[in-house]
Design a protein around this ligand. Structure first.
Ligand SMILES: N[C@@H](CCC(=O)N[C@@H](CS)C(=O)NCC(=O)O)C(=O)O
Length: 194
């Protein structure tokens, strides 16, 4: 399997962090945006959207980061990261859709707003705070949903949010950031010019 990805963005980092956390047998290829690699005919044959991440497994090409996460979690059952019972799987899908349909648009709107009202995301943090009551991870045990959502809160914008009313979320993000996969995908600051 080969993962085409890019280090910096949360949709890419969530997948690479998952692969690296579990040491999955997946080759990682970082695309070059500078060279417009995602707009080449060869890349568009993998993903007509011209976006990363993309997973190639034999003749199967899969794009959309959350679909890639659940595919990897299913292909590597030893990760125990995708529940196999109907309700557990539906619960997982709920949080993956919540990330795509609510958290990502809210943070995207905030990113481009002239007047950055960070409090706009607070109601979403409170939803997470409730979910984490009595749980170490979002569904209890570590699943791909933790990777999908935590990656957003580790972005520059995510780190600026006010967690004072959401201590469980803050502690969970810290736990996630300490996982091997997220440590391995941390973007290092450029070396100082001094
Ligand atoms: N919903 C998609 C979003 C993919 C996406 O927007 N990828 C961005 C980086 S986060 C990209 O490749 N942008 C390059 C471009 O649009 O040219 C997912 O979750 O995988």
């Amino acid at each position: 399997m080969r993962l085409h990805t890019f280090t910096v963005t949360p949709n890419n980092r969530k997948v690479e962090a998952f692969v690296r956390h579990f040491d999955l047998d997946v080759e990682i290829h970082h695309v070059s945006f500078k060279d417009h690699e995602t707009k080449t005919p060869a890349f568009l044959a993998l993903n007509p959207m011209g976006k990363v991440p993309v997973l190639v497994d034999g003749d199967f090409r899969l794009w959309e980061s959350n679909a890639i996460l659940t595919y990897l979690g299913t292909k590597f059952p030893a990760t125990h990261s995708v529940p196999t019972d109907a309700r557990g799987r539906a619960d997982l899908d709920r949080w993956l859709h919540w990330q795509s349909c609510h958290l990502m648009p809210a943070m995207g709107a905030l990113k481009t707003a002239d007047d950055k009202d960070l409090a706009a995301v607070t109601p979403l943090l409170q939803i997470l705070e409730q979910q984490l009551a009595g749980r170490e991870y979002l569904l209890g045990d570590l699943t791909v949903a933790d990777f999908a959502i935590a990656a957003y809160l580790m972005t520059k914008l995510g780190r600026q949010l006010d967690y004072s009313q959401c201590p469980k979320v803050a502690a969970w993000v810290a736990r996630m950031a300490a996982l091997k996969g997220f440590v391995a995908t941390q973007v290092k600051p450029p070396p100082s010019a001094a």
